[in-house]
Design a binder for this molecule. Structure first.
Ligand code: DQA
Length: 159
């Protein structure tokens, strides 16, 4: 869609999910619930539409692929919502890539990582984010979009 006078372009949000999140629904349902990633993605797309945004959802089990997508998001997306899954706790490469991205980044975790094993308490990527939403299950992605909408509203931008 090309910009024209009086018309506001929808903000584009890249929603990234990291390793093993493609297994949602089957993976430790007592922790992650029964909702599949396809269902989460569909809900995120609906929520984005309601907020006047456009969401593009991607998942990868590969750290380098996530890094490449974050690099490519520069100039193409206005914000990133990311659940880096286990890479949250290990990846300087993701931190560096997210630091390079000019727009706001919101970190999401389905589970409350601070209630779990000590190695999950530390997020390497938090230093590049606006904030983190953890512990609310799938609705966390919607909350992330809401946080972005609120930030843009406060900044005077759309939506
Ligand atoms: C997770 C929490 C991580 O510690 C874990 O490795 C995941 C999922 C979450 O959404 O709660 O894969 O990011």
């Amino acid at each position: 869609m090309a910009a024209s006078a009086g018309m506001t372009m929808a903000k584009r949000v890249l929603v990234l999910n990291g390793p093993n999140l493609n297994m949602l629904g089957q993976r430790q349902p007592e922790i992650y619930g029964r909702t599949t990633l396809a269902e989460i993605d569909a809900d995120v797309e609906t929520a984005a539409g309601e907020l006047g945004m456009e969401a593009v959802c991607r998942q990868s089990n590969h750290e380098g692929e996530l890094v490449t997508w974050i690099q490519e998001a520069r100039g193409d997306f206005d914000a990133i919502v990311i659940n880096a899954a286990a890479y949250t706790h290990t990846s300087v490469a993701l931190l560096d890539a997210l630091t390079l991205f000019e727009g706001p980044v919101v970190e999401v975790h389905l589970s409350n990582i601070h209630r779990r094993e000590a190695f999950r308490h530390r997020s390497y990527i938090s230093g590049a984010t606006l904030g983190m939403i953890a512990g609310f299950g799938p609705v966390g992605y919607r909350l992330a979009l809401l946080a972005l909408a609120d930030r843009w509203r406060a900044d005077g931008g759309a939506p």
